[in-house]
Design a protein around this ligand. Structure first.
Ligand code: SF4
Length: 327
């Protein structure tokens, strides 16, 4: 792991609440983690655990329903939560960019692909129209879009799902960001295209030396890409570990459950069961259980787990877990 002394991104005691018609929903409840220059950090958990909301809050992209954000998000020493609209606009897409699961979320359907990338060149790099267009074609070539010159003049709906995702990666990388937030970047694609996109992202990450926060529920993708992993459950961080340590020796019952639900060839012969699922469902953020939030689903829950939240126990550098079995 390439962890360095100074984090590029440092999230501390982050709380995110939504004020809805049905009351206050606590989506993220006091999380901390850091991202170091050039590394890929995996942010893992089931849908609704708060990982996407965390990423959106970094770029102040949470709008509706009204969100209340508390805590600190330091990027290169600057608290992003204190920036005004103009300040965050300069960072968005320039220093930090985002790749979404569905490219149409960030591609404008009525603008040609080339124009959308060229706009970033004009806005953030001070290029004139011609320079920006040439550069947009170069970016499309870099993400291996065949015939980038002619394809740059097409609208997004003329691209296949895989090509749209490549175009969005080109847009995200176009200003050589220090940090990329990739939210389920391959979930909507079929397996072959997924593998191509992952390989592309790995190659470009090395070329551009950007750090990546890779948000996914897919531990196979994490094993391929991440050097360190933060596991979230019901708005909290429950475990953090270097990727090899996490796969070899998961310490939180939830992490063990996630790993047990990955298909492994030969597991049935070893255990008599093909997959071990986590029973029950993720609690609603509007109605969190008392004590450890995982206790209704945990086969190792003790009396204490029903009453008191477990503390975060630090086991080693970049190795921590929140569970009474370790506390
Ligand atoms: Fe299970 Fe208790 Fe640990 Fe929570 S604190 S994960 S309920 S053993």
């Amino acid at each position: 792991m390439k962890a360095q002394a100074n984090p590029l991104l440092e999230i501390s005691n982050l709380h995110i609440r939504f004020h809805t018609l049905d009351g206050v929903v606590q989506a993220v409840d006091g999380i901390d983690f850091e991202v170091y220059p050039g590394e890929t950090l995996g942010l893992v958990g089931e849908s609704g655990c708060g990982k996407s909301v965390t990423a959106l809050s970094i770029l102040q992209l949470l709008q509706c329903p009204p969100a209340e954000i508390q805590g600190q998000i330091f990027f290169e020493g600057q608290n992003l939560l204190e920036l005004n609209r103009e300040g965050i606009r300069k960072i968005r897409g320039n220093e930090i960019s985002m790749i979404f699961q569905e490219p149409m979320t960030s591609l404008n359907p009525v603008l040609k692909i080339g124009e959308q990338i060229a706009e970033a060149g004009r806005l953030h790099k001070g290029m004139n129209r011609q320079q920006a267009w040439r550069w947009a074609v170069e970016m499309l070539r870099m993400v291996q879009i065949p015939g980038p010159g002619s394809r740059s003049r097409l609208y997004p709906h003329k691209f296949s799902g895989g090509m749209r995702q490549r175009a969005m990666i080109a847009m995200a990388l176009s200003c050589n960001p220090r940090l990329i937030l990739a939210d389920e970047p391959t979930t909507a694609l079929d397996v072959t295209i997924q593998a191509q996109i992952m390989t592309l992202m790995q190659r470009l990450k090395q070329e551009f030396k950007s750090a990546i926060v890779l948000i996914t529920h897919d531990l196979g993708v994490i094993a391929e890409m991440a050097s360190r992993v933060v596991v979230m459950y019901a708005g909290k961080v429950v475990e953090e570990a270097p990727v090899i340590a996490l796969f070899k020796d998961p310490r939180h019952p939830y992490t063990r459950g996630l790993l047990g639900s990955i298909p492994v060839i030969g597991r049935k012969e070893q255990t008599g069961r093909l997959l071990q699922e986590i029973s029950g469902i993720v609690p609603s953020p509007a109605n969190m259980p008392l004590g450890c939030r995982f206790h209704p689903r945990c086969s190792q829950a003790m009396d204490k787990c029903h009453q008191e939240e477990p503390p975060m126990t630090r086991l080693a550098e970049h190795r921590r877990v929140s569970c009474w079995l370790e506390g």
